[in-house]
Design a binder for this molecule. Structure first.
Ligand SMILES: [Zn+2]
Length: 568
Protein backbone atom coordinates (compact mmCIF):
# COMPACT_ATOMS: atom_id res chain seq x y z
CA UNK A 1 0.00 0.00 0.00
CA UNK A 2 1.21 3.50 -0.78
CA UNK A 3 2.26 5.55 2.24
CA UNK A 4 -0.46 8.15 1.68
CA UNK A 5 -3.13 5.44 1.51
CA UNK A 6 -1.91 4.01 4.81
CA UNK A 7 -2.10 7.45 6.41
CA UNK A 8 -5.62 8.11 5.10
CA UNK A 9 -6.70 4.71 6.32
CA UNK A 10 -5.24 5.27 9.80
CA UNK A 11 -6.92 8.68 9.97
CA UNK A 12 -10.29 7.05 9.38
CA UNK A 13 -9.68 3.96 11.55
CA UNK A 14 -8.48 5.90 14.58
CA UNK A 15 -10.82 8.88 14.31
CA UNK A 16 -8.57 11.64 13.02
CA UNK A 17 -10.29 12.58 9.76
CA UNK A 18 -13.52 11.40 8.12
CA UNK A 19 -15.05 12.26 4.81
CA UNK A 20 -17.85 14.78 5.35
CA UNK A 21 -21.39 13.32 5.06
CA UNK A 22 -19.90 9.90 4.46
CA UNK A 23 -23.19 8.03 5.01
CA UNK A 24 -24.56 9.86 1.93
CA UNK A 25 -21.53 9.13 -0.20
CA UNK A 26 -19.54 12.14 0.95
CA UNK A 27 -19.17 15.57 -0.60
CA UNK A 28 -16.13 16.51 -2.62
CA UNK A 29 -13.71 18.90 -0.92
CA UNK A 30 -15.11 18.74 2.63
CA UNK A 31 -13.76 16.84 5.63
CA UNK A 32 -14.64 16.22 9.25
CA UNK A 33 -12.24 15.89 12.15
CA UNK A 34 -12.97 12.94 14.43
CA UNK A 35 -12.42 12.62 18.18
CA UNK A 36 -8.61 12.41 17.78
CA UNK A 37 -8.44 14.90 14.90
CA UNK A 38 -10.28 17.65 16.75
CA UNK A 39 -7.88 17.36 19.70
CA UNK A 40 -4.86 17.45 17.39
CA UNK A 41 -6.10 20.44 15.41
CA UNK A 42 -7.13 22.32 18.55
CA UNK A 43 -3.66 21.73 20.00
CA UNK A 44 -2.14 23.11 16.80
CA UNK A 45 -4.32 26.23 16.91
CA UNK A 46 -3.61 26.73 20.61
CA UNK A 47 0.14 26.32 20.05
CA UNK A 48 -0.01 28.93 17.27
CA UNK A 49 -2.01 31.37 19.38
CA UNK A 50 0.26 30.87 22.36
CA UNK A 51 3.54 31.10 20.43
CA UNK A 52 2.56 33.91 18.03
CA UNK A 53 -0.04 36.04 19.81
CA UNK A 54 0.43 35.64 23.57
CA UNK A 55 4.16 35.02 23.63
CA UNK A 56 5.85 35.74 20.28
CA UNK A 57 9.65 35.52 20.06
CA UNK A 58 11.47 38.84 20.59
CA UNK A 59 11.77 41.15 17.59
CA UNK A 60 14.82 41.75 15.36
CA UNK A 61 16.28 44.19 17.91
CA UNK A 62 15.31 42.08 20.91
CA UNK A 63 12.16 44.13 21.55
CA UNK A 64 8.79 42.86 22.78
CA UNK A 65 6.35 42.15 19.96
CA UNK A 66 2.92 43.69 20.27
CA UNK A 67 0.16 41.33 19.14
CA UNK A 68 -3.62 41.30 19.53
CA UNK A 69 -6.33 38.97 18.25
CA UNK A 70 -9.62 39.22 16.38
CA UNK A 71 -12.50 36.92 15.55
CA UNK A 72 -14.38 38.36 12.56
CA UNK A 73 -17.58 37.24 10.90
CA UNK A 74 -17.43 34.88 7.94
CA UNK A 75 -19.95 36.90 5.92
CA UNK A 76 -18.96 40.52 5.40
CA UNK A 77 -20.27 43.45 3.41
CA UNK A 78 -19.78 42.41 -0.25
CA UNK A 79 -17.93 45.69 -0.89
CA UNK A 80 -15.02 44.20 1.06
CA UNK A 81 -14.47 41.70 -1.75
CA UNK A 82 -14.61 44.37 -4.41
CA UNK A 83 -11.88 46.31 -2.56
CA UNK A 84 -9.76 43.20 -2.00
CA UNK A 85 -10.00 42.17 -5.64
CA UNK A 86 -11.75 38.85 -4.89
CA UNK A 87 -14.95 39.90 -6.67
CA UNK A 88 -13.04 40.40 -9.92
CA UNK A 89 -14.01 37.06 -11.42
CA UNK A 90 -17.62 38.17 -11.54
CA UNK A 91 -16.74 40.98 -13.89
CA UNK A 92 -14.10 39.32 -16.01
CA UNK A 93 -14.36 36.04 -17.82
CA UNK A 94 -11.83 33.52 -16.59
CA UNK A 95 -10.24 30.49 -18.16
CA UNK A 96 -9.14 27.43 -16.26
CA UNK A 97 -6.47 24.91 -17.16
CA UNK A 98 -7.82 21.37 -17.22
CA UNK A 99 -4.45 19.65 -16.94
CA UNK A 100 -4.03 17.41 -13.92
CA UNK A 101 -1.62 18.96 -11.45
CA UNK A 102 -1.99 22.48 -12.89
CA UNK A 103 -5.62 23.68 -12.86
CA UNK A 104 -4.55 27.29 -12.92
CA UNK A 105 -7.15 30.00 -13.35
CA UNK A 106 -6.52 33.08 -15.48
CA UNK A 107 -8.34 36.20 -16.49
CA UNK A 108 -9.14 35.40 -20.10
CA UNK A 109 -7.86 38.71 -21.44
CA UNK A 110 -4.55 38.30 -19.62
CA UNK A 111 -3.50 35.20 -21.48
CA UNK A 112 -1.31 35.80 -24.50
CA UNK A 113 -0.06 33.50 -27.14
CA UNK A 114 3.40 34.18 -28.49
CA UNK A 115 4.13 32.70 -31.88
CA UNK A 116 7.69 32.58 -33.12
CA UNK A 117 8.39 32.52 -36.84
CA UNK A 118 11.60 32.08 -38.69
CA UNK A 119 12.57 35.48 -40.07
CA UNK A 120 13.95 34.09 -43.31
CA UNK A 121 10.79 32.23 -44.10
CA UNK A 122 8.72 35.26 -43.25
CA UNK A 123 10.76 37.30 -45.68
CA UNK A 124 9.93 34.87 -48.43
CA UNK A 125 6.27 35.82 -48.26
CA UNK A 126 5.90 37.83 -51.40
CA UNK A 127 4.34 41.17 -51.65
CA UNK A 128 1.93 39.60 -54.07
CA UNK A 129 0.68 37.08 -51.53
CA UNK A 130 0.26 39.85 -49.01
CA UNK A 131 -1.54 42.14 -51.34
CA UNK A 132 -3.85 39.34 -52.29
CA UNK A 133 -5.26 39.33 -48.78
CA UNK A 134 -4.55 42.74 -47.35
CA UNK A 135 -4.19 44.96 -50.39
CA UNK A 136 -0.92 46.26 -49.03
CA UNK A 137 2.50 45.34 -47.76
CA UNK A 138 1.74 46.85 -44.35
CA UNK A 139 2.16 43.50 -42.57
CA UNK A 140 5.95 43.87 -42.54
CA UNK A 141 5.82 46.46 -39.78
CA UNK A 142 2.58 45.56 -38.14
CA UNK A 143 2.21 42.35 -36.24
CA UNK A 144 -1.56 42.40 -36.10
CA UNK A 145 -1.73 42.87 -39.85
CA UNK A 146 0.77 40.05 -40.18
CA UNK A 147 -1.35 37.72 -38.14
CA UNK A 148 -4.46 38.64 -40.09
CA UNK A 149 -2.67 37.87 -43.28
CA UNK A 150 -1.41 34.55 -42.02
CA UNK A 151 -4.90 33.66 -40.92
CA UNK A 152 -6.37 34.44 -44.32
CA UNK A 153 -3.59 32.61 -46.09
CA UNK A 154 -4.44 29.82 -43.67
CA UNK A 155 -1.00 29.92 -42.10
CA UNK A 156 1.44 29.08 -44.87
CA UNK A 157 4.13 29.26 -42.23
CA UNK A 158 3.65 27.15 -39.15
CA UNK A 159 5.09 28.90 -36.13
CA UNK A 160 8.34 27.38 -34.94
CA UNK A 161 7.34 27.80 -31.32
CA UNK A 162 4.19 28.66 -29.46
CA UNK A 163 4.40 29.92 -25.94
CA UNK A 164 1.55 31.21 -23.84
CA UNK A 165 2.20 33.90 -21.26
CA UNK A 166 0.24 35.96 -18.80
CA UNK A 167 0.72 39.69 -19.04
CA UNK A 168 -0.87 43.07 -18.65
CA UNK A 169 0.68 44.46 -21.80
CA UNK A 170 2.21 42.96 -24.88
CA UNK A 171 5.71 44.25 -24.12
CA UNK A 172 5.52 42.51 -20.81
CA UNK A 173 4.44 39.38 -22.59
CA UNK A 174 7.56 39.40 -24.71
CA UNK A 175 9.85 39.72 -21.74
CA UNK A 176 7.82 37.18 -19.81
CA UNK A 177 7.92 34.68 -22.65
CA UNK A 178 11.06 33.41 -20.93
CA UNK A 179 12.63 31.77 -23.92
CA UNK A 180 14.78 28.83 -23.11
CA UNK A 181 18.39 29.06 -24.22
CA UNK A 182 17.80 26.81 -27.21
CA UNK A 183 14.78 28.86 -28.27
CA UNK A 184 16.83 32.00 -27.96
CA UNK A 185 19.53 30.52 -30.16
CA UNK A 186 16.96 29.50 -32.73
CA UNK A 187 15.51 32.99 -32.91
CA UNK A 188 18.77 34.80 -32.52
CA UNK A 189 19.24 37.98 -34.44
CA UNK A 190 15.81 39.04 -35.44
CA UNK A 191 13.25 36.65 -34.02
CA UNK A 192 9.80 37.33 -35.31
CA UNK A 193 7.70 37.24 -32.21
CA UNK A 194 3.99 37.82 -32.24
CA UNK A 195 1.77 37.99 -29.23
CA UNK A 196 -1.98 37.76 -29.30
CA UNK A 197 -4.64 37.67 -26.74
CA UNK A 198 -5.61 34.09 -26.63
CA UNK A 199 -9.33 34.64 -26.86
CA UNK A 200 -9.30 37.48 -29.35
CA UNK A 201 -7.92 35.33 -32.10
CA UNK A 202 -10.71 32.99 -33.06
CA UNK A 203 -9.98 33.56 -36.75
CA UNK A 204 -6.49 32.19 -36.45
CA UNK A 205 -5.86 28.61 -37.18
CA UNK A 206 -3.58 27.68 -34.30
CA UNK A 207 -3.86 25.94 -30.97
CA UNK A 208 -5.33 28.70 -28.87
CA UNK A 209 -5.70 26.92 -25.57
CA UNK A 210 -2.12 26.69 -24.39
CA UNK A 211 -1.70 27.12 -20.63
CA UNK A 212 1.00 29.65 -19.69
CA UNK A 213 1.81 27.65 -16.59
CA UNK A 214 2.12 24.05 -17.78
CA UNK A 215 2.29 24.73 -21.56
CA UNK A 216 -0.28 22.01 -22.27
CA UNK A 217 -3.06 22.76 -24.75
CA UNK A 218 -5.54 22.41 -21.95
CA UNK A 219 -7.27 25.74 -21.31
CA UNK A 220 -11.05 25.62 -21.21
CA UNK A 221 -13.50 28.15 -22.62
CA UNK A 222 -13.70 31.59 -20.99
CA UNK A 223 -16.42 31.62 -18.35
CA UNK A 224 -17.71 33.83 -15.57
CA UNK A 225 -15.94 32.31 -12.66
CA UNK A 226 -15.50 32.91 -9.00
CA UNK A 227 -13.93 30.92 -6.25
CA UNK A 228 -16.13 32.55 -3.62
CA UNK A 229 -19.17 30.70 -2.28
CA UNK A 230 -22.33 32.75 -2.67
CA UNK A 231 -25.25 33.00 -0.34
CA UNK A 232 -28.35 35.15 0.01
CA UNK A 233 -28.96 37.38 3.01
CA UNK A 234 -32.58 37.51 4.10
CA UNK A 235 -35.58 35.70 2.71
CA UNK A 236 -35.79 37.43 -0.66
CA UNK A 237 -33.89 35.61 -3.41
CA UNK A 238 -32.41 38.48 -5.35
CA UNK A 239 -29.02 39.55 -6.67
CA UNK A 240 -29.22 42.63 -4.44
CA UNK A 241 -29.00 40.36 -1.42
CA UNK A 242 -26.00 38.37 -2.57
CA UNK A 243 -23.20 37.83 -0.09
CA UNK A 244 -20.13 35.63 0.06
CA UNK A 245 -18.43 33.29 2.46
CA UNK A 246 -15.01 34.82 3.07
CA UNK A 247 -12.23 33.33 0.92
CA UNK A 248 -9.61 34.43 3.49
CA UNK A 249 -9.58 35.74 7.05
CA UNK A 250 -7.17 38.58 6.24
CA UNK A 251 -9.77 41.09 5.04
CA UNK A 252 -11.60 41.09 8.38
CA UNK A 253 -8.34 42.27 9.94
CA UNK A 254 -7.81 45.07 7.39
CA UNK A 255 -11.41 46.21 7.71
CA UNK A 256 -10.93 46.45 11.50
CA UNK A 257 -7.55 48.17 11.39
CA UNK A 258 -8.90 51.46 12.73
CA UNK A 259 -11.09 49.77 15.34
CA UNK A 260 -8.10 47.94 16.75
CA UNK A 261 -5.99 51.11 16.76
CA UNK A 262 -8.67 53.14 18.50
CA UNK A 263 -9.64 50.53 21.08
CA UNK A 264 -6.49 48.77 22.20
CA UNK A 265 -3.78 51.43 22.57
CA UNK A 266 -1.41 49.52 20.29
CA UNK A 267 1.37 51.47 18.59
CA UNK A 268 3.17 50.60 15.42
CA UNK A 269 4.65 48.10 14.83
CA UNK A 270 1.99 45.60 15.93
CA UNK A 271 0.28 42.51 14.64
CA UNK A 272 -3.33 41.40 14.52
CA UNK A 273 -3.99 37.66 14.47
CA UNK A 274 -7.02 35.63 13.58
CA UNK A 275 -7.88 31.94 13.35
CA UNK A 276 -10.97 31.11 11.39
CA UNK A 277 -12.73 29.27 8.62
CA UNK A 278 -12.46 30.37 5.02
CA UNK A 279 -14.06 28.96 1.90
CA UNK A 280 -12.97 28.59 -1.69
CA UNK A 281 -14.97 26.87 -4.33
CA UNK A 282 -11.93 25.00 -5.67
CA UNK A 283 -12.36 23.63 -9.15
CA UNK A 284 -10.55 20.48 -8.24
CA UNK A 285 -10.17 19.72 -4.52
CA UNK A 286 -7.53 17.03 -4.03
CA UNK A 287 -4.82 15.42 -1.95
CA UNK A 288 -6.94 14.50 1.08
CA UNK A 289 -7.47 17.62 3.22
CA UNK A 290 -4.67 19.56 1.52
CA UNK A 291 -6.85 21.36 -1.00
CA UNK A 292 -10.37 21.49 0.34
CA UNK A 293 -13.26 23.88 -0.16
CA UNK A 294 -13.69 24.68 3.51
CA UNK A 295 -10.53 25.26 5.51
CA UNK A 296 -9.18 27.06 8.50
CA UNK A 297 -6.54 29.76 8.42
CA UNK A 298 -4.17 31.09 11.05
CA UNK A 299 -3.30 34.57 9.82
CA UNK A 300 -1.30 37.51 11.08
CA UNK A 301 -1.28 40.98 9.56
CA UNK A 302 1.74 42.75 10.98
CA UNK A 303 1.59 46.53 10.51
CA UNK A 304 4.85 48.46 10.44
CA UNK A 305 6.60 51.60 9.19
CA UNK A 306 7.36 51.45 5.47
CA UNK A 307 11.12 51.83 5.95
CA UNK A 308 11.23 49.01 8.51
CA UNK A 309 9.15 46.58 6.53
CA UNK A 310 11.98 44.47 5.09
CA UNK A 311 13.34 43.87 8.56
CA UNK A 312 9.93 42.63 9.70
CA UNK A 313 9.46 40.53 6.60
CA UNK A 314 12.69 38.70 7.38
CA UNK A 315 11.75 38.39 11.05
CA UNK A 316 8.41 36.72 10.30
CA UNK A 317 9.84 34.50 7.60
CA UNK A 318 12.36 33.09 10.10
CA UNK A 319 9.99 32.97 13.07
CA UNK A 320 7.42 31.05 11.06
CA UNK A 321 9.87 28.54 9.65
CA UNK A 322 11.34 27.89 13.09
CA UNK A 323 7.89 27.33 14.54
CA UNK A 324 7.34 24.30 12.34
CA UNK A 325 10.69 22.74 13.24
CA UNK A 326 10.07 23.42 16.92
CA UNK A 327 6.86 21.38 16.65
CA UNK A 328 8.64 18.41 15.19
CA UNK A 329 8.68 18.92 11.42
CA UNK A 330 12.07 17.69 10.23
CA UNK A 331 13.88 20.45 8.44
CA UNK A 332 14.80 18.36 5.39
CA UNK A 333 11.10 18.05 4.53
CA UNK A 334 10.52 21.74 5.12
CA UNK A 335 11.57 24.24 2.51
CA UNK A 336 11.29 28.01 2.67
CA UNK A 337 11.09 29.13 -0.94
CA UNK A 338 11.40 32.75 -1.95
CA UNK A 339 8.95 33.36 -4.80
CA UNK A 340 10.47 34.51 -8.06
CA UNK A 341 9.62 37.98 -9.34
CA UNK A 342 7.26 36.54 -11.97
CA UNK A 343 5.22 34.68 -9.33
CA UNK A 344 4.65 37.68 -7.06
CA UNK A 345 1.30 39.41 -6.91
CA UNK A 346 1.71 42.86 -8.48
CA UNK A 347 1.59 44.67 -5.13
CA UNK A 348 3.93 42.32 -3.28
CA UNK A 349 7.52 43.21 -2.51
CA UNK A 350 8.41 39.66 -1.55
CA UNK A 351 6.80 36.37 -0.60
CA UNK A 352 8.29 33.26 0.95
CA UNK A 353 6.36 30.04 0.75
CA UNK A 354 7.10 27.64 3.55
CA UNK A 355 6.66 24.29 1.87
CA UNK A 356 6.47 20.72 3.09
CA UNK A 357 7.23 17.53 1.23
CA UNK A 358 3.99 15.54 1.59
CA UNK A 359 3.94 11.84 0.65
CA UNK A 360 1.37 12.56 -2.09
CA UNK A 361 3.77 14.61 -4.20
CA UNK A 362 7.41 14.73 -5.28
CA UNK A 363 7.31 18.52 -5.05
CA UNK A 364 7.08 20.35 -1.72
CA UNK A 365 3.66 21.95 -1.22
CA UNK A 366 2.76 25.23 0.44
CA UNK A 367 2.01 25.19 4.17
CA UNK A 368 2.21 28.91 4.64
CA UNK A 369 2.95 32.07 2.70
CA UNK A 370 4.80 34.94 4.35
CA UNK A 371 4.04 37.93 2.14
CA UNK A 372 5.22 41.50 2.15
CA UNK A 373 2.03 43.21 0.95
CA UNK A 374 3.31 46.80 1.25
CA UNK A 375 0.35 49.20 1.76
CA UNK A 376 -1.82 47.55 -0.88
CA UNK A 377 -4.72 46.37 1.30
CA UNK A 378 -5.10 49.45 3.49
CA UNK A 379 -4.89 51.62 0.38
CA UNK A 380 -7.61 49.58 -1.34
CA UNK A 381 -9.92 49.81 1.67
CA UNK A 382 -9.19 53.51 2.10
CA UNK A 383 -10.13 54.08 -1.51
CA UNK A 384 -13.27 51.91 -1.54
CA UNK A 385 -14.64 52.85 1.90
CA UNK A 386 -13.63 56.52 1.84
CA UNK A 387 -12.33 56.06 5.40
CA UNK A 388 -8.90 57.26 6.45
CA UNK A 389 -6.61 54.28 7.08
CA UNK A 390 -3.43 56.22 7.84
CA UNK A 391 -1.42 55.99 11.01
CA UNK A 392 -0.28 59.08 12.87
CA UNK A 393 2.95 59.12 14.90
CA UNK A 394 1.61 61.35 17.67
CA UNK A 395 4.67 60.97 19.93
CA UNK A 396 7.07 61.73 17.11
CA UNK A 397 5.04 64.81 16.21
CA UNK A 398 4.86 65.96 19.84
CA UNK A 399 8.67 65.82 20.05
CA UNK A 400 9.25 67.42 16.63
CA UNK A 401 10.89 70.84 16.39
CA UNK A 402 8.07 72.94 14.98
CA UNK A 403 10.07 76.16 14.93
CA UNK A 404 11.24 75.21 11.42
CA UNK A 405 7.75 76.08 10.15
CA UNK A 406 8.09 79.62 11.51
CA UNK A 407 4.62 79.60 12.99
CA UNK A 408 3.04 78.95 9.57
CA UNK A 409 0.05 76.74 10.44
CA UNK A 410 -0.44 75.67 6.86
CA UNK A 411 3.12 74.42 6.54
CA UNK A 412 2.76 72.66 9.87
CA UNK A 413 -0.41 70.92 8.78
CA UNK A 414 1.25 69.86 5.57
CA UNK A 415 4.27 68.40 7.36
CA UNK A 416 1.96 66.61 9.75
CA UNK A 417 0.06 64.96 6.93
CA UNK A 418 2.96 63.01 5.47
CA UNK A 419 6.00 60.87 6.30
CA UNK A 420 7.47 60.48 8.83
CA UNK A 421 4.39 61.61 10.79
CA UNK A 422 1.43 60.26 8.86
CA UNK A 423 1.47 57.30 6.50
CA UNK A 424 -0.22 54.08 5.43
CA UNK A 425 1.50 51.26 7.30
CA UNK A 426 3.10 48.43 5.38
CA UNK A 427 1.94 44.92 6.07
CA UNK A 428 3.72 41.60 6.51
CA UNK A 429 1.31 38.68 6.30
CA UNK A 430 2.25 35.23 7.60
CA UNK A 431 -0.74 33.17 6.48
CA UNK A 432 -0.80 29.53 7.57
CA UNK A 433 -3.30 26.77 6.87
CA UNK A 434 -4.43 24.99 10.04
CA UNK A 435 -5.64 21.97 8.07
CA UNK A 436 -2.51 21.81 5.96
CA UNK A 437 -0.30 21.89 9.01
CA UNK A 438 -2.48 19.28 10.72
CA UNK A 439 -2.00 17.05 7.67
CA UNK A 440 1.75 17.70 7.67
CA UNK A 441 1.92 16.83 11.37
CA UNK A 442 0.05 13.58 10.69
CA UNK A 443 2.31 12.67 7.75
CA UNK A 444 5.43 13.57 9.70
CA UNK A 445 4.31 11.56 12.74
CA UNK A 446 3.40 8.38 10.87
CA UNK A 447 6.10 5.80 11.59
CA UNK A 448 6.38 2.06 11.13
CA UNK A 449 8.89 0.31 13.34
CA UNK A 450 9.27 -2.79 15.48
CA UNK A 451 8.43 -3.27 19.12
CA UNK A 452 8.58 -6.40 21.31
CA UNK A 453 5.24 -8.03 22.15
CA UNK A 454 4.36 -9.60 25.53
CA UNK A 455 6.58 -12.62 24.80
CA UNK A 456 9.47 -10.36 23.79
CA UNK A 457 9.01 -11.21 20.10
CA UNK A 458 9.59 -8.28 17.71
CA UNK A 459 6.45 -7.23 15.87
CA UNK A 460 5.52 -4.50 13.41
CA UNK A 461 4.19 -1.37 15.04
CA UNK A 462 2.51 1.74 13.66
CA UNK A 463 3.23 4.72 15.85
CA UNK A 464 2.29 8.36 15.48
CA UNK A 465 5.27 10.30 16.79
CA UNK A 466 3.48 13.57 17.52
CA UNK A 467 5.26 16.31 19.39
CA UNK A 468 3.92 15.96 22.97
CA UNK A 469 2.39 19.47 22.80
CA UNK A 470 0.34 18.44 19.76
CA UNK A 471 -0.52 14.85 20.70
CA UNK A 472 -4.32 14.42 21.04
CA UNK A 473 -3.98 12.28 24.15
CA UNK A 474 -1.14 13.18 26.49
CA UNK A 475 -1.10 10.05 28.62
CA UNK A 476 -2.88 6.74 29.08
CA UNK A 477 -3.43 5.33 32.54
CA UNK A 478 -3.42 1.55 32.52
CA UNK A 479 -4.05 -0.80 35.47
CA UNK A 480 -2.02 -3.94 34.71
CA UNK A 481 -4.88 -6.19 35.87
CA UNK A 482 -8.43 -5.40 36.91
CA UNK A 483 -8.02 -6.54 40.50
CA UNK A 484 -5.93 -6.31 43.66
CA UNK A 485 -6.67 -2.62 44.13
CA UNK A 486 -4.94 -1.57 40.91
CA UNK A 487 -8.03 -0.08 39.20
CA UNK A 488 -8.71 2.08 42.27
CA UNK A 489 -5.24 3.64 42.19
CA UNK A 490 -5.32 4.02 38.39
CA UNK A 491 -8.75 5.68 38.45
CA UNK A 492 -7.62 8.13 41.09
CA UNK A 493 -4.56 9.06 39.03
CA UNK A 494 -6.74 9.37 35.91
CA UNK A 495 -9.15 11.78 37.63
CA UNK A 496 -6.25 13.86 38.89
CA UNK A 497 -4.59 14.16 35.47
CA UNK A 498 -7.72 14.80 33.43
CA UNK A 499 -8.31 18.03 35.30
CA UNK A 500 -5.40 19.43 33.27
CA UNK A 501 -4.98 17.29 30.16
CA UNK A 502 -6.74 15.00 27.74
CA UNK A 503 -5.83 11.57 29.13
CA UNK A 504 -7.36 8.13 28.66
CA UNK A 505 -8.12 5.31 31.03
CA UNK A 506 -7.81 1.91 29.40
CA UNK A 507 -8.28 -1.43 31.16
CA UNK A 508 -9.34 -3.52 28.16
CA UNK A 509 -7.20 -6.44 27.01
CA UNK A 510 -3.55 -7.42 27.29
CA UNK A 511 -1.13 -4.65 28.21
CA UNK A 512 0.74 -5.02 24.87
CA UNK A 513 -2.48 -4.47 22.94
CA UNK A 514 -3.25 -1.41 25.01
CA UNK A 515 0.22 0.03 24.34
CA UNK A 516 -0.29 -0.58 20.61
CA UNK A 517 -3.62 1.27 20.63
CA UNK A 518 -1.99 4.27 22.30
CA UNK A 519 0.93 4.17 19.86
CA UNK A 520 -1.48 4.43 16.93
CA UNK A 521 -3.00 7.63 18.26
CA UNK A 522 0.40 8.99 19.28
CA UNK A 523 0.02 9.10 23.07
CA UNK A 524 3.50 10.06 24.30
CA UNK A 525 3.25 8.43 27.75
CA UNK A 526 1.67 5.26 29.10
CA UNK A 527 1.47 5.05 32.87
CA UNK A 528 0.97 1.56 34.24
CA UNK A 529 -0.20 0.72 37.73
CA UNK A 530 1.11 -2.75 38.67
CA UNK A 531 1.77 -5.01 41.65
CA UNK A 532 4.70 -2.95 42.84
CA UNK A 533 2.55 0.19 42.95
CA UNK A 534 0.63 -1.35 45.83
CA UNK A 535 3.84 -1.78 47.79
CA UNK A 536 5.88 1.35 47.10
CA UNK A 537 3.54 3.89 45.42
CA UNK A 538 5.52 3.88 42.15
CA UNK A 539 4.26 3.41 38.58
CA UNK A 540 5.99 2.71 35.27
CA UNK A 541 6.03 5.46 32.69
CA UNK A 542 6.64 4.27 29.13
CA UNK A 543 8.04 6.56 26.47
CA UNK A 544 6.26 6.08 23.11
CA UNK A 545 9.33 6.70 20.95
CA UNK A 546 12.15 4.99 22.87
CA UNK A 547 9.93 2.31 24.47
CA UNK A 548 11.93 2.89 27.65
CA UNK A 549 10.09 2.30 30.91
CA UNK A 550 11.01 4.02 34.12
CA UNK A 551 9.58 3.73 37.61
CA UNK A 552 8.57 7.00 39.14
CA UNK A 553 6.63 7.98 42.24
CA UNK A 554 2.88 8.19 41.78
CA UNK A 555 2.84 11.76 43.04
CA UNK A 556 5.58 12.78 40.55
CA UNK A 557 3.51 11.84 37.46
CA UNK A 558 1.75 15.20 37.05
CA UNK A 559 5.04 17.09 37.39
CA UNK A 560 6.72 14.91 34.73
CA UNK A 561 3.84 15.47 32.33
CA UNK A 562 3.84 19.21 32.93
CA UNK A 563 7.55 19.36 32.14
CA UNK A 564 7.20 17.35 28.92
CA UNK A 565 4.24 19.38 27.65
CA UNK A 566 5.65 22.83 28.31
CA UNK A 567 5.96 25.29 25.44
CA UNK A 568 9.68 25.83 25.07
ZN1 LIG B 1 -1.90 24.34 -17.05
Amino acid sequence: MELMEKIVSLCRRRGFIFQSSEIYGGINGFWDYGPMGVELKNNIKQAWWHDMVRNPPPGPDGQEISMVGLDCSIIMNPKVWVASGHAKGFQDPMVACKAEGCRKLYRADKVWLCAFFDTEEVNQITAMQAEAVLGSDSWRNNEIEFFKMMARLQSPLPPKELIAVEADVREDAISKAQLSNSQRRRFQGDPKLFCYRLFDTSAINMPMNRCPNCQNDSLGEPRQFNLMFQTIIGAVQSDDNLAYLRPETAQGIFANFKNVLDSSRVKLPFGVAQIGKAFRNEINPRNFTFRSREFEQMEIEFFCKPDESMKWYEYWRDVRKNWYTKLGIKSERLRPREQGKEELAHYSVGTTDIEYLFPFSDEPQELEGVAHRADYDLKQHQQHSGKDMTYFEDQLWAQADKSIYGGDKKKEQEAKSKLPYRYLPHVIEPSAGADRFTLAVICEAYTEDKAPDAQGKEEERVVMKFHPRLAPVKAAILPLVNKEGMPEIAEKLYRELKADWNVQYDDGGAIGRRYRRQDEIGTPFCITVDGQTLQDQTVTIRDRDTLQQRRIKLDAVAGELRQALKAK
